[in-house]
Design a binder for this molecule. Sequence first.
Ligand SMILES: [Zn+2]
Ligand SMILES: [Zn+2]
Length: 330
Amino acid sequence: MTIQADEARSGAAELPDPSSDPSADAATRLSATRGGEEQGLAERVALALFILVPFTALLAAVPVAWGWGLGWTDVAVTVAMYFLTCHGITVGYHRYFTHGAFKAPRPMRLALAVVGSLAVEGPLVRWVADHRKHHRFSDKDGDPHSPWRYGESVPALIKGLWWAHMGWMFDEEQTSQLKYAPDLVGDPTLRRISRLFWLWTTISLLLPALVGGLVSLSWEGALSAFFWGSLVRVALLHHVTWSINSICHAVGRRPFRSRDRSGNVWWLAVLSCGESWHNLHHADPTAARHGVLRGQIDSSARLIRWFELAGWVRDVRWPDAERIAARRAA
Ligand SMILES: [Zn+2]
Ligand SMILES: [Zn+2]
């Protein structure tokens, strides 16, 4: 099926929008939440359950396993692998490859592609194509993962959050890589790195086990490091990344003007390596820093700054005060 057919397929006819009144639509579009600044109780409860249940299950497993299936080596390996691969996605896949927020010499370009691949979020070219399409249509027909796909009622939003979080990945329709990522498709080495995704996945899953086994000199150590540092780490990073698509397009503050419903969600800032300042990102997609306001933690921007000081990247698009002010919501 062609892209045009794909866009037609997700058209309004098939996806009824209860708020077909154009003035109501314009009013809600100014806010990140349904019905303006106020968020309904049912909507809040649904969202809280959606977020809290998996996290509670994960946290509950920690004290149960501590001492026999979880130790400090596992914690160190898990945290190190989590933030290495998280920044591989945010600095590499997202800010560099998707949006060109800075320029990188060849070795850095390839290193960013490989470290991003270790996050097990799919091959580079596919990730970038999907994400550019998301920006092109953000929260409109054609967006691969908008939580508003099914409409604005609470049941529609719950269904939409599921779609934006994970469901969209099971859609048989794939974003055209030639149309959305011709710059990457045209680079033979990046094509090869993309095609070797199985290899980066294997390395990403085996490395924690290897470290855990060598530190403890035991199979048990290898197994518990594999469980936490590979399985739990990949699952957690997946959910945090997907939360940018679901949660950060459903709730959050909107201090900046964007043509979609992206919001800034402070409590995801550390785990998402600064990507949950998503309202600013949609207002200014090529900026290297997303957390531009006072106190907004953005570890990816910090890392890019260190790379710049080390001379590893150049021409970084730092948002200056004037640029930020111009994008402020009225
Ligand atoms: Zn977005
Ligand atoms: Zn983006």
